[in-house]
Design a protein around this ligand. Structure first.
Ligand code: UDP
Ligand code: MG
Length: 327
């Protein structure tokens, strides 16, 4: 440990979307954990356009813990990752920790995460041991983790767990990125030099429900893949090339068999041809869909609208303000 570590400051950034059932408990527990740590800290709660009592709870908490809790309220729902970005723009700490408000990631893990980050890691990820989510979610995550590791070249076992710590340089780098669709853990890894993963426990959601329905989940995965890398596009051409070669090979085979076995046989092959045709048409649709995803995102970035609008800001932090450009 070096001398700076004594002075290190921590920002905890939490996106909140309709979490009235658990938010109070979350704030109490997190404040308790942070209060027990040596470092000076701040808790930044970003309300992502909730239409329940969450903004009011944040407002009350900001009053109760003056100089310590900062609340940011969006004018509508922009999604978890944009909420975190707003929190990053506000954060003043040397280490920035993100976690969910639903208590699935226990706030009691924060000190361990901070300790690991202080060892000099740019990003500290977490792996959910004994993950408490539906089988469908787990399977989805498994596939995505594999693909992401391939695409980014940074092996991490659990990209989906949002309980993570980021160093100040990585947060600054993320804030410099103007793109609209982002998946923060992956974006962070593109700027990180040293990364580590620790195991944390995971609990079931005790109140409220997951804010990720099927469509939102699919959307998030597309954001993840398309915004960080062009790997899927390359994969697409690769698969396309293989399919075409198989097509040519198959065509030749059919021709040869037709010559050897005669025209009666070939009539029997009509349905095989249909099957092949469907296969190609399907492959093309997948390819076009994927291209559409990229083009859609390019369109959004070309329009370059602000990523979010803040309706209200409550509370203040007692951490020293950071100078330098923020976006
Ligand atoms: N969240 C958000 N905006 C959204 C969806 C979710 O800020 O549009 C927040 C939510 O309040 C929670 C975190 O992101 O703090 C993770 O959401 P959730 O627990 O619903 O996701 P899951 O655990 O099911 O992946
Ligand atoms: Mg959750």
């Amino acid at each position: 440990m070096n001398t700076n570590t004594d002075k290190s400051t921590i920002s905890v950034v939490v996106p909140v979307f309709n979490e009235e059932e658990c938010l109070e408990e979350f704030i109490e527990r997190t404040a308790g954990v942070l209060g027990g740590m040596e470092e000076t800290s701040e808790l930044i709660l970003v309300d992502d356009g909730s239409n329940d009592a969450s903004p009011a709870i944040i407002g009350r908490a900001a009053e109760k813990y003056g100089g310590y809790i900062v609340g940011i309220v969006f004018n509508r729902n922009y999604g978890q990752h944009r909420a975190i970005l707003a929190g990053f723009a506000e954060a003043r700490g040397d280490i920035v920790i993100t976690l969910d408000a639903d208590l699935q990631n226990p706030p009691e893990e924060i000190p361990r995460l901070a300790a690991k980050a202080r060892e000099g890691y740019d990003v500290v990820g977490t792996v959910r041991v004994d993950r408490r989510d539906t089988c469908f979610r787990k399977l989805f995550s498994w596939i995505i983790n594999r693909m992401t590791a391939q695409a980014t070249g940074v092996r991490m076992r659990d990209y989906g767990c949002m309980l993570r710590a980021y160093s100040r340089p990585v947060v600054n780098a993320i804030l410099q990125c103007p793109e609209r669709s982002t998946f923060i853990p992956v974006l962070a890894n593109t700027f990180a030099n040293r990364t580590a993963e620790i195991e944390v426990s995971h609990s079931e959601r005790t109140s409220g429900e997951s804010k990720y329905g099927f469509t939102k989940l699919v959307n998030l995965q597309f954001d993840l893949l398309s915004s960080m890398t062009t790997f899927p596009l390359r994969l697409l051409s690769f698969i396309g090339a293989i399919i075409s070669m198989m097509g040519i090979g198959f065509g030749t085979l059919l021709l040869v068999l037709r010559l050897i076995l005669g025209p009666e046989w070939a009539v029997g092959g009509v349905f095989t041809l249909f099957a092949i045709l469907f296969f190609f048409v399907g492959a093309q649709f997948i390819a076009m869909g994927l291209l559409g995803e990229y083009i859609g995102r390019i369109y959004l970035d070309v329009r370059a609208r602000p990523r979010y609008f803040i309706r209200e800001r409550v509370g203040r932090s007692s951490l020293p303000e950071r100078t330098g450009k923020k976006i």
